[in-house]
Design a binder for this molecule. Structure first.
Ligand code: PLP
Length: 372
């Protein structure tokens, strides 16, 4: 089966190992197990518990403890509405492969995560891209989206909060998007991997699974909980969808590692502390980034409201891939070209990881820009 190259992943594979200053990353500074256990308190108890577990397959659809913890992230999702996957990447893949058939119309909002359009395309779906615009603060124009979706769409794919733009869809707008989908009974796959990282007010936006009968939320431990190394994600959706997904899941998952399940449960049970830590880091990084951007004449940034990245426009007559290649080879600074996310003329910059590195790299980038 043919599938297009996953451009962001390819860029990482090619350039990340030589990066001196990696600003392409989307994770908040990842936690060590020691840090997680310190946050949770009672290290000895937890380690004894995990060391004495028999390493069998564990609970096939995820432990009750884990699914209970995940359901606490939603308003209306119970154990039966949740299945556990290998990261959000496994969750998105499973949702699309379970629900999309050749010829189905899929509308994918971009820039976002390439899975949302390249996987349905690979199954022979009729995929339409809807491009977000900077002048709309990277939020969809509902009339345009409704026109594109029409009344014959099988699935609309969105990402909220959005990677790379940092835009957060207001709750009322999400309800409007659900109304657009309702016209054709379309599923909405909402990749909510950054949900819990809204910068102001409640860190958690309303989830699509809680407000739309055909809404499917995918999430994971990677961003909100700074635990990408657990490789653990989930799908929250109506029971009918979960049944279809689990039918396919038998073929590619069995279960997720029980050690991952254990530490993920512990992290979600301590969500307030972890999210506070992460939002504090995001606040510091965002201030550094926005101060830099405001004094950099060749760069324009829409201030982000969620997540860990911005999508910066640059005013130079080169492609984003060319810019990023030259910048990295001449200075060691790695950022991600917009071309890998279907929009040239932009650069994704991650700001939530290591602040000394962020400051140094932005300084170097400024000096480099002055020479251009
Ligand atoms: C929007 C989005 N979805 C999914 C993923 C994959 O996340 P996970 O590490 O949980 O597989 C990423 C990772 O960067 C992402 O940015």
């Amino acid at each position: 089966m043919f599938i297009e190259n996953f451009k962001v992943e390819e860029w990482f594979n090619k350039y990340e190992k030589d990066a001196v200053y990696d600003l392409a990353d989307t994770c908040v500074d990842s936690l060590t197990l020691n840090e997680l256990l310190e946050i949770a308190g009672g290290k000895e108890i937890y380690l004894n518990e995990i060391f004495s577990k028999k390493l069998n397959y564990g609970d096939i659809h995820g432990s009750l403890r884990l699914r209970n913890a995940i359901s606490s992230l939603y308003a209306n999702q119970t154990l039966e509405n949740i299945t556990i996957t290998h990261g959000a990447i496994g969750a998105n893949q499973l949702v699309i492969m379970s629900l999309i058939n050749p010829g189905d119309k899929v509308v994918s909002v971009v820039p976002a995560y390439q899975q949302h359009y390249s996987i349905p395309k690979s199954f022979g779906a009729d995929v339409h891209l809807y491009f977000l615009k900077e002048e709309n603060n990277w939020l969809p124009d509902l009339e345009e989206l409704a026109n594109l979706a029409g009344s014959d769409t099988k699935m609309i794919c969105i990402n909220n909060p959005n990677n790379p733009t940092g835009a957060v869809i207001p709750d009322e707008m999400l309800s409007e998007i659900a109304n657009i989908a309702r016209k054709s009974g379309a599923y909405i796959l909402c990749d909510e991997v950054y949900r819990g990282l809204n910068h102001c007010g409640n860190p958690f936006s309303v989830s699509i699974a809680d407000i739309y009968e055909n809404g499917i939320s995918t999430g994971s431990m990677s961003k909100t909980f700074s635990l990408a190394g657990l490789r653990l994600g989930w799908i929250a959706a109506g029971i009918g969808v979960i049944k279809q997904v689990n039918h396919h899941r038998e073929y590619n998952t069995i279960s997720v590692g029980m050690i991952d399940d254990y530490f993920a449960s512990l992290a979600i049970e301590n969500k307030d502390k972890i999210i506070k830590r992460n939002l504090d880091k995001i606040k510091t990084g965002k201030e550094i980034l926005l101060n830099w951007a405001s004094s950099e004449p060749k760069i324009t940034v829409v201030p982000p409201n969620g997540g860990t990245t911005v999508f910066a426009r640059y005013n130079l007559p080169v492609s984003s891939a060319e810019l990023c290649k030259n910048l990295q080879s001449e200075t060691g600074v790695m950022i991600l070209p917009g071309e890998t996310m279907e929009l040239d003329g932009y650069l994704r910059i991650g700001y939530a990881n290591n602040f000394e590195r962020l400051k140094t790299a932005l300084n170097i980038f400024s000096k480099w820009l002055r020479k251009m």
